[in-house]
Design a protein around this ligand. Structure first.
Ligand SMILES: NC(=O)C1=CN([C@@H]2O[C@H](COP(=O)(O)OP(=O)(O)OC[C@H]3O[C@@H](n4cnc5c(N)ncnc54)[C@H](O)[C@@H]3O)[C@@H](O)[C@H]2O)C=CC1
Ligand SMILES: O=C([O-])CC(=O)C(=O)O
Length: 313
């Protein structure tokens, strides 16, 4: 198994690190346009192999896509992160060109790869990748919902004063401050609905904190987060390369599912060796479906911006 991570910045390097530590592949290639960055970070990470006990080979590449040839899975994290006060959507002008160019280069050398899109605004970058490359829909997956769900579970664990791993919870919809939908109705603490422990106001606050989870961290750190984004991306990679069939909320192309078409948006999907393999119907209630439709409207508006950027989409 060979995995490439494009973008050796905070998220890309953390993703590669997690993949190597868990030996999800024989080789991880880290590629960046900044001279020496990926070579340096790969070497640094590989020097932890004997300390941490893994054998995955790490290779750096300054924009040489030949080194990525034959990758089974490719993670795209290249592009600008936001600064405090910005939305993810403001990154579209710069990141759309980067993501499209990177994805084209990748496909030339790894025509059968499954692509995971992380760069923001992620829902629109996933749509752009799918539409501009014309790949089978199951091979293009946007990562956002796994991270948002991890944050949801973290905030629920704070409110419940219980271990986060006792909690199940899912966030669907867009990966944006106003487009995420934390599904509080379906969240449980060891199988018991969280509403049996928490009042409606507390649950509302948990959902609101989750939605701005990325913005909160950006405000604290000065740039956006990487530990949880890298861990979430590696978990997605693991379910593909080990064919685990986990159900994860991921951004995928909808053709009528959840009442939406011609859009990439976060829904629960089964993830295995073929990429996303099927969409799971959570049977949303009226309010949840209304929120999903609103989220889709906002993401569609962002997708429409692509046509003004002369990207051929
Ligand atoms: N979907 C999600 O859940 C998350 C998405 N993100 C997004 O991921 C992206 C990366 O974030 P960070 O790693 O924090 O940023 P960063 O600035 O640390 O790293 C980005 C890297 O991309 C590289 N790059 C730029 N253009 C490139 C090109 N054409 N080819 C190869 N490499 C190129 C840069 O040189 C830089 O090293 C941002 O767009 C951020 O908003 C971040 C966290 C979570
Ligand atoms: O907040 C950001 O801009 C980066 C991101 O997508 C996240 O951490 O959720």
């Amino acid at each position: 198994m060979k995995i490439t991570v494009v973008g050796a910045g905070a998220v890309g390097a953390t993703t590669a690190d997690n993949i190597a530590r868990r030996e999800l592949a024989e080789e991880v290639v880290l590629l960046d346009i900044k001279e020496g960055l990926s070579e340096g970070k790969s070497l640094d990470m590989f020097q932890t192999a004997t300390l941490l006990g893994f054998d995955t080979k790490l290779t750096g590449s300054t924009n040489n896509y030949e080194k990525t040839a034959g990758s089974d899975v490719v993670v795209i994290t290249s592009g600008l992160p936001r600064k405090p006060g910005m939305t993810r959507e403001e990154l579209i002008g710069t990141n759309a060109n980067i993501v499209k160019g990177v994805a084209q280069n990748i496909l030339q050398h790894s025509p059968d790869a499954i692509l995971i899109i992380v760069s923001n605004p992620m829902d629109t970058m996933t749509y752009l990748t799918l539409k501009s490359l014309g790949l089978p829909k199951n091979r293009v997956i946007g990562m956002g919902g796994i991270l948002d769900s991890a944050r949801f579970k973290t905030y629920l664990s704070f409110a419940l004063n219980c271990p986060p791993n006792d909690i199940h919870g899912t966030v669907i919809g867009g990966h944006g401050d106003t487009t995420m939908i934390p599904l509080t109705r379906l969240a449980t603490r060891n199988g018991v609905p969280v509403s049996q422990f928490l009042d409606a106001d507390t649950l509302k606050k948990v959902a609101a904190d989750t939605m701005v989870g990325g913005a909160t961290l950006t405000g604290l750190i000065g740039t956006s987060a990487w530990y949880a984004p890298g861990a979430a991306t590696a978990l997605l990679v693991e379910s593909i390369v080990r064919d685990q069939k986990h159900i994860f909320p991921c951004c995928v192309y909808l053709e009528g599912e959840y009442g939406q078409s011609d859009i990439c948006l976060g829904v629960p999907v089964v993830i295995g060796k073929n990429g996303w393999e099927s969409i799971v119907d959570y049977q949303l209630n009226e309010d949840e479906q209304a929120a999903f439709n609103k989220s889709a409207d906002a993401v569609r508006n962002m997708n429409n911006v692509l046509s003004t950027l002369e990207l051929g989409v």
